[in-house]
Write a protein that binds this ligand. Sequence first.
Ligand SMILES: [Zn+2]
Ligand SMILES: [Zn+2]
Length: 160
Amino acid sequence: MKNFIKILKTNYPDIKFKDSDSFYWSPDKKIIFYKQNKNEIESTWAILHELGHALLGHINYGGDYSLLRKEAEAWEEAKKIAKKFSIKINEDHIQDCLDTYRDWIYKRSICPKCSTKCLQKNDFNHYVCHNCHTQWKVTSSRFCRAYRISKYQHKQKLLI
Ligand SMILES: [Zn+2]
Ligand SMILES: [Zn+2]
């Protein structure tokens, strides 16, 4: 893992790599944050995926569905980069990651009060239920969020 980071640093001198508690790309700082996992292969894939975001110039802006599209694009890019280093990313792993993401997007769009599936408002972190008019906010979308934030208690606190 350490060696792989070293190789990436040499190949992509404009991008910084930093040890963290999760994998993500910070477009402002141009840093790829990565986590040291027991599963080195999956960690390698995750770093390549973040590098995909980085090379495509992805910024954290837009609604959930544009993020989902960018997630898929980042994996496509990751596959290309992986080839350069003779690494093959497992296709099932990619689909699993995208499914987790879809799931997360779906869960945060469900009304905490009446469970209707709702659409995001234009300010992206804001949902309004067309059925019961409940409004709720969610944390800003970030690439590769691996956990679900749809804790209704948390949302309830944020009801306007
Ligand atoms: Zn509702
Ligand atoms: Zn991603």
